[in-house]
Design a protein around this ligand. Structure first.
Ligand code: THU
Length: 134
């Protein structure tokens, strides 16, 4: 199934509206695309105990995985930041494990047409993937 970066970015911008970010006020939306064209959205959720906060990318990934969804071909991430939000190290690790072939699209919510594209491998080279696989 063909990947439409703009469509996925728009889905991430839509998910961003449900961000729960009362502390940082930095609202982030993410949208995962599967091989069969399904889109799973997520947004960041913060806690009064700040360290419990979960990024939009991981929320989307955990939602999809726990719904039995796999085979991700792309993820889009949107926030109001110049050039778009780059996934944090923790999210890169999870993407390397569960969406290693995914393209990563990022965009500023004020300019959804300016999309930057990365591979998960580029974002996290030599990722740790455990010793349970051969
Ligand atoms: N955040 C994300 O959701 N994704 C990113 O790629 C970067 C950071 C969230 C976590 C926290 O709620 C807020 O942005 C500020 O760090």
């Amino acid at each position: 199934m063909k990947i439409d970066p703009k469509k996925l970015i728009v889905a991430a911008a839509q998910s961003r509206k449900n961000a729960v970010a009362p502390y940082s006020k930095f609202q982030v939306g993410a949208a995962l695309l599967t091989r069969t064209g399904d889109i799973i959205g997520g947004a960041n959720v913060e806690s009064a105990s700040y360290g419990l906060t979960c990024c939009a990318e991981r929320i989307a990934l955990f939602k999809a995985l726990t719904a039995g969804i796999r085979n991700f071909t792309a993820i889009a991430v949107v926030a109001r930041i110049k050039g778009g939000p780059m996934p944090c190290g923790a999210c890169r690790q999870l993407l390397a494990e569960y969406a290693p072939a995914a393209k990563v699209f990022v965009a500023d919510s004020d300019d959804l047409d300016a999309i930057s594209t990365f591979s998960v491998k580029k974002l996290l080279p030599s990722a740790f993937v455990g010793n349970f696989r051969t």
